[in-house]
Ligand binder design. Structure first.
Ligand SMILES: [Fe+2]
Ligand SMILES: [Fe+2]
Length: 271
């Protein structure tokens, strides 16, 4: 069995441009980092920029992803509601949604004898949904995952750096990594915390670099200027940005050995 594993984690993929950019770069990055697993946040991969469909989960799997995580936009497309009825475990939604919601908040992936547990949680500060406490939900999920995984990673889909850092310190020494998603802006604070948990406040996104968090600029500006709602549209023009980290974890201890950030800009990618 391997003594260490490397896991690539990609930030929120936004619309068609994000999907095409992921398709073009995921395999190359996997080879570059000699990664064993790929995890990607797909909550914005729908053509509208909100939600995901079963076809898009398969798209990610066919392009190297082992698991798709999500966040507040998981219910953006109704097509996904029945996805888990066949027991599919390659898409997770935040574990702290009400238990009546479809889907599960964690998954265990096995490759070359190594069991990688992945937990998806959502924050509560400045988020619209009223979810269970992510800290206590983490405790509940980890009471299961620690007995069924060698290495555990957490995608914490949250708005504020403080809540993300708080969860990372709360779990320091218990999981190999806590990575933030949701803001679509990559932070430069990646590090291994004192007790061995890799952390970054936000992975960033895969989508149009010169849009507004992957969407066209004008409708967003219009909302700022008028305080009236407007229809946000995914930006399709390159350049695209592909953002994330590679976490190296020790299989015996379940803790991080390192975290490296990547941010690729591609002027050529086209939908
Ligand atoms: Fe997002
Ligand atoms: Fe989000």
């Amino acid at each position: 069995m391997k003594t260490e594993i490397k896991v690539l984690m990609f930030g929120d993929v936004v619309g068609n441009l994000g999907c095409v950019a992921f398709q073009k770069h995921a395999e190359q990055l996997k080879q570059q980092y000699r990664a064993d697993f790929i995890i990607v946040n797909g909550e914005n991969c729908h053509t509208t920029g909100r939600g995901i469909t079963p076809r898009l989960v398969n798209f990610f799997k066919h392009n190297g992803a082992d698991l798709v995580t999500s966040g507040n936009h998981i219910w953006g497309s109704k097509e996904i509601l029945g996805y888990w009825e066949n027991g599919d475990a390659d898409l997770v939604r935040p574990a702290n949604f009400p238990s009546v919601c479809p889907g599960k908040g964690h998954a265990v992936l096995t490759k070359d004898g190594v069991r990688l547990g992945v937990l998806n949680l959502q924050g509560r500060i400045f988020m619209r949904e009223h979810l269970d406490c992510p800290f206590r939900s983490a405790d509940t999920a980890l009471s299961y995952l620690k007995h069924h995984s060698d290495v555990i990673l957490v995608d914490f889909h949250a708005e504020t750096t403080s809540e993300k850092m708080g969860l990372a310190h709360y779990l320091d020494g218990k999981v190999a990594g806590v990575v933030g998603t949701h803001t679509h802006v990559q932070t430069a604070d990646e590090r291994v915390l004192p007790h061995g948990t890799a952390f970054i406040s936000d992975l960033g996104m895969c989508g149009a670099l010169n849009g507004m968090l992957g969407m066209q600029i004008q409708p967003v500006l219009q909302t700022f200027l008028t305080q009236m709602p407007s229809k946000f549209i995914v930006e399709q023009e390159p350049p695209a940005v592909i953002s994330g980290v590679c976490i190296t974890a020790n299989v015996a201890t379940g803790l991080a050995m390192g975290i490296e950030r990547f941010r690729v800009i591609d002027n050529q990618v086209k939908t």
